[in-house]
Design a protein around this ligand. Structure first.
Ligand SMILES: [Zn+2]
Length: 417
């Protein structure tokens, strides 16, 4: 069997034919070169208007990199013709395997982009002996295509979240679709201001915004304001994940204060290395952590009291009745206000202020995927932290869309990976 036969099976172009592949040397490594020529009698297509026209002349041979085979890089060799187009003038021809001045074939770019979903861009570059820039531009192409071709119909529930990108020392606003059957990243905006979220609604469009039934977000004021203005018909839910993270932050603050206090009294060891014990759910603790927590809980510490208040609040989410949940919330807040633990009191005041939106959780229960925002938040953090080597905001944005956007891909006759 000849290499040509395989090529014609996996990548056929009706107006072009493959010549005899040969082994060559490039930068002291073997490569496979495949000459390509136009089918006899075919006319070149103008790259300006895609119409066939009379040939003008032929440029020197160009190399287009294709999917590697057996660890050997593969190149198509083709001298581009120029077309004397009646509309556009003299133009270089359009070829089906690559776009514009790109040195990589489109198939190879999709190949790299797909691998970049499974491993870091750096590893992809290494595995296929190409550059980080080539991997990046391939992913960027996949994201651009995917965003242009995705279907935005039928979106009923969205979640608004923010993540902190330490490189730019700024927040990013992320909007997810969190419908039961479809969860994906929809949109990314710089910062987390009124203007940022307005940008989302402008992009999403009035008609689609009016069809939203549930919006899940944090208690961040700019978000509340914009949602009330742009999608007033939707039930706005302050979600569990964000509320519980406010409590975790409060406990962290109490703990830090208390550590300083104990240190002054020379009782320091009680709270050392306990940070994660208080922040994790009990069911997620290891056996050793569990023992350690049980030990710390014996002391009448402010941190311990704050922790118990948070654990008690977990019952809130299990209520079925809106009214009973409301009563529980009020009782809990009263208790906290008497606790003399300031960071927790701050949380209680915040919950009181947003009582109706918090109770919306029970109105919306089961109608959207409630854990989705938390899940996405975790993944987005991993991506922003992972050593993709992105130096710019644009690269980060591309990486987030690529991994979390569930973007569509064109249909190919052959799947290379
Ligand atoms: Zn033309």
């Amino acid at each position: 069997m000849q290499l040509k036969t395989i090529l014609n099976r996996v990548q056929k172009h009706p107006l072009f034919v493959y010549g005899q592949p040969r082994l060559a040397q490039q930068d002291e490594e073997p490569v496979i070169e495949v000459p390509v020529r136009p089918r006899v009698g075919s006319r070149p297509k103008c790259s300006g208007c895609s119409q066939p026209g009379p040939g003008y002349d032929t440029s020197p041979e160009r190399h287009f990199e294709f999917v590697p085979m057996w660890g050997t890089r593969v190149f198509f060799l083709y001298p581009m013709r120029r077309v004397d187009c009646s509309d556009c003038g003299v133009r270089v021809e359009e070829v089906p395997w690559a776009k514009g001045k790109n040195q990589l074939t489109t198939t190879y770019r999709w190949f790299l982009a797909r691998w970049a979903k499974r491993m870091s861009w750096k590893d992809v570059a290494k595995a296929f002996r190409t550059s980080w820039e080539h991997v990046f531009s391939s992913v960027e192409m996949a994201v651009t295509w995917g965003r242009e071709h995705r279907d935005l119909e039928g979106i009923e529930a969205i979640g608004i979240d923010e993540i902190y990108w330490s490189k730019s020392k700024k927040f990013l606003t992320l909007v997810y679709q969190i419908d039961q059957g479809c969860k994906r990243l929809l949109w990314i905006g710089r910062k987390r201001r009124v203007k940022t979220l307005l940008g989302f609604f402008r992009w999403f469009g009035k008609e689609r915004s009016q069809k939203l039934r549930f919006i899940c977000s944090d208690m961040w004021k700019p978000y509340l304001k914009v949602v009330a203005k742009k999608a007033s018909q939707a039930v706005h839910v302050l979600d569990r994940f964000h509320i519980m993270s406010h409590m975790s932050k409060a406990i962290d603050e109490v703990r830090a204060q208390e550590v300083r206090l104990l240190k002054a009294k020379g009782l320091e060891p009680i709270l050392t290395r306990t940070r994660w014990l208080f922040l994790k759910r009990v069911c997620n603790l290891t056996r050793t952590q569990g023992t350690k927590l049980a030990n710390v809980l014996q002391y009448n510490l402010r941190t311990v009291r704050a922790y118990l208040l948070k654990e008690e609040f977990q019952f809130f989410w299990a209520y079925v009745s809106h009214a009973w949940a409301g009563k529980f919330l009020d009782r809990w807040c009263t208790k906290v206000m008497r606790s003399r633990i300031d960071p927790m009191k701050k949380v209680a005041r915040m919950l009181r202020r947003h009582r109706p939106l918090i109770l919306n959780w029970f109105k919306a229960k089961g109608q959207f995927s409630s854990g989705a925002v938390e899940g996405f938040n975790g993944k987005a953090r991993v991506i922003t932290r992972r050593a993709f080597g992105f130096r710019t905001y644009e690269a980060l944005e591309v990486a987030l869309y690529h991994t979390l956007g569930e973007l569509p891909e064109p249909i190919f006759t052959h799947r290379f990976c």
